[in-house]
Ligand binder design. Structure first.
Ligand SMILES: [Zn+2]
Length: 476
């Protein structure tokens, strides 16, 4: 079996190798597009399930809006059109005829949803509107990478409308919390929730919030965003309601999104030189059973035990039994390790004799990650082990981020720090200062963390007074 390029040799090759060899995705005939293969799609479906459950628990419902948007819609909000224009795919011919008005393939749906909300919302009784959509969007990208940046990608976009600014702001932060909880609990990815700087915010937003994560090569990945849109889209699309005093008011809107990018984050945060390492909560296959035998008489007894274990586990975990004859156990170990299955159950003649099974953890390679447990207790042992793996993956990633987050004392140290990690520094908030930092270090303000220690300091770059600290890093 071909091996993935070691991370230490070429991180970027390693990433592409893992994504392709673990069967997550492949390149499509159109440059910048990707085919999400069944293993990758099953992972995405588990991401969807984890989020969808949380969206519904916070009062949201799903709907679907069209892929095509009249180009005039995009032009209605000044910042929005400026931000998205370079990335638009535009349809000018339909059914063999030149269209009267060109159609944009949605890069995001604020405009068309705003148009519909203007129709649907009349009175304060119609508010809030809490709708989410699962779909795809197209942003014409020049440099693409599987999952991380593709011309077409899958995502969800939530769009809400509220009677007051306070309510809309609350909603924006509530959804940032939902993303944080999902990242931490399901994806085992530690994230820093924070505010985007003015230059990094969503085109058309008043304030953008993000969850930022550190990848295995110390670079940052924006893993989900939530935007307070103020009344910008309400005014552009005339979304008004009669309030309780019978006065006409513009609504306040939010939008929030998380995409297939998160699959790239899962690969980079947890993966190793053997391939993918999946957090049990999201793994399409949580446990693989691999029988081991040398001759036919062993085969019969081993398979009998395997059937027994299968019966016990199949309703408890997402299980695969790999009893293929044409591959050796060693080959199967490699294959399931490459595909990131969190836990392997090995059953050989010795295990049968001892009435036990051997559990092998994906996140701890070799002997160290193996334990024998009584066959009769395999359900509880397996379940407990999956919980342990889930928790350990999170803590390992958190330790890695903490070890590589620096607090430089001056700009020289800052420039050094940014080469291999995040820098957590006082920052003045000035866009010019930010641009200079970016020019000489390639690092950007990833976010201004919501959690701030009190006090004031001097900006790490220009020395001006600073009220907040920001996380700087090089980003994907
Ligand atoms: Zn400054």
């Amino acid at each position: 079996m071909a091996k993935v390029t070691p991370r230490s040799e070429d991180y970027s090759r390693w990433y592409t190798d893992v994504v392709q060899m673990a069967d997550l995705a492949d390149y499509a005939p159109v440059k910048g597009c990707m085919v999400v293969k069944p293993h990758g799609y099953a992972l995405w479906e588990n991401v969807q399930a984890g989020l969808d459950r949380r969206f519904k628990a916070t009062g949201h419902v799903n709907a679907y809006f069209p892929l095509f948007i009249p180009i005039s819609f995009i032009q209605k909000e000044a910042e929005h059109v400026e931000g998205f224009s370079p990335e638009l795919a535009i349809v000018t011919i339909g059914g063999g005829k030149q269209l009267e008005e060109p159609l944009v393939v949605r890069p995001t749906s604020e405009t068309v949803i705003g148009h519909m909300y203007a129709k649907w919302i009349q009175s304060y009784r119609d508010l809030p509107v809490l709708i989410n959509q699962w779909g795809n969007v197209v942003r014409w990208e020049m440099r693409t990478r599987l999952f991380l940046r593709t011309t077409e990608f899958l995502w969800q976009e939530g769009h809400t409308a509220h009677a007051t600014a306070e309510e809309a702001q609350e909603e924006t932060l509530r959804m940032l919390d939902v993303y944080t909880e999902f990242a931490v609990e399901d994806a085992a990815i530690p994230v820093i929730p924070g505010r985007k700087s003015e230059s990094e915010k969503f085109a058309g937003a008043v304030t953008s919030y993000t969850i930022e994560a550190m990848m295995g090569d110390y670079r940052a990945l924006q893993s989900g965003t939530s935007h307070f849109l103020g009344q910008n889209f309400a005014k552009a699309f005339d979304i008004k309601f009669l309030d309780e005093n019978n006065e006409l008011q513009y609504v306040w809107t939010t939008s929030w999104g998380l995409s297939t990018r998160v699959v790239g984050a899962i690969v980079m945060v947890h993966g190793d030189d053997q391939g993918l390492v999946l957090p049990p909560k999201l793994a399409p296959i949580q446990v693989v059973v691999v029988p081991i035998w040398k001759n036919d008489s062993q085969r019969a007894v081993v398979l009998e035990a395997v059937t027994q274990v299968e019966k016990m586990l199949r309703d408890e975990v997402r299980l695969r039994v790999d009893d293929r004859d044409e591959y050796s156990p060693g080959w199967k170990f490699n294959e399931w390790e490459l595909r990131g299955v969190p836990l392997r159950v090995e059953i050989g003649p010795r295990d049968v004799e001892q009435q036990q099974v051997t559990l092998a953890r994906r996140d701890i390679p070799g002997r160290e990650g193996k334990t024998a447990v009584p066959l009769s207790a395999s359900v509880s042992e397996v379940q407990e082990m999956l919980l342990t793996i889930q928790a350990d993956l999170y803590h390992r990633a958190l330790k890695f981020r903490e070890a590589n987050t620096h607090t430089p004392r001056d700009y020289d140290e800052f420039q050094e720090a940014i080469l291999n990690g995040f820098a957590y520094s006082w920052w003045c908030g000035d866009a010019g200062c930010e641009a200079q930092i970016k020019e000489n270090t390639r690092a950007t303000v990833r976010c201004i963390p919501l959690e701030q220690e009190p006090g004031k300091g001097k900006c790490i770059h220009c020395g001006e007074e600073a009220n907040e600290r920001a996380v700087f890093g090089r980003a994907y």
